[in-house]
Design a protein around this ligand. Structure first.
Ligand SMILES: [Zn+2]
Length: 189
């Protein structure tokens, strides 16, 4: 068994608390068999709610993979990142710093690369007390859009990365916002 941490680094512009948007977010990885060192030909994905049976009734894991090369069955599950007891991903807040997104308990396999795929969310870094009503509706520019959840503190942007970056405009604060220079590393916990 090996414990791995998915570390991410991003450059944040006007936003904070970048985190996968949904509880059943699909995490995409390149995976390698620790036994024969064969890399899975495809990028694989799983989410924290997946419960795949492990052969021989040894319970479940989020991800179960029988290596085509050595035929060994390997598994992985998302586990809490200490000191947290939650398996939820950790929101990313400090621009340019490496932080842990999730931790994994891996048996017989190692993830070698994390891929930024799927829907993420974040919120404005600027604290604004919203005054009028009906402000901030609509989509701003680009692909992102605001959920329009009222008070400034709860404003959220939907984020989908393209070529490792996302750009939008914060209508309420009147500033460009974005996330770029996305990097990931898999480290031993
Ligand atoms: Zn193998």
């Amino acid at each position: 068994m090996v414990k791995l941490k998915v570390m991410i680094s991003m450059e944040l512009e006007g936003v904070t608390e970048v985190v996968p948007a949904e509880e059943d977010f699909q995490y995409f990885f390149t995976v390698m068999c620790s036994n024969c060192r064969e890399t899975h030909p495809n990028i694989i994905s799983f989410n924290v709610k997946d419960e795949v049976e492990i052969t021989g009734s040894r319970g479940h894991a989020n991800f179960v993979w029988r290596c085509h090369n050595c035929k060994k069955e390997n598994t992985a599950s998302i586990i809490p990142t200490p000191p947290s007891k939650s398996i939820s991903p950790t929101p990313y807040t400090t621009s340019g710093q490496w932080d842990t997104l999730i931790s994994l308990d891996c048996r017989g396999l190692e993830f070698t690369k994390f891929h930024f795929v799927g829907k993420w969310k974040c919120r404005p870094d600027v604290q604004v007390e919203e005054e009028g009503e009906g402000e901030g509706e609509g989509g701003g520019r680009g692909k992102g859009n605001r959920n329009g959840k009222g008070k400034g503190k709860k404003q959220e942007f939907e984020v989908e990365f393209e070529d490792g970056r996302w750009d939008d405009y914060d209508d309420i604060n009147g500033i460009p916002v974005g996330i770029n220079d996305n990097k990931s590393e898999i480290r031993r916990a």
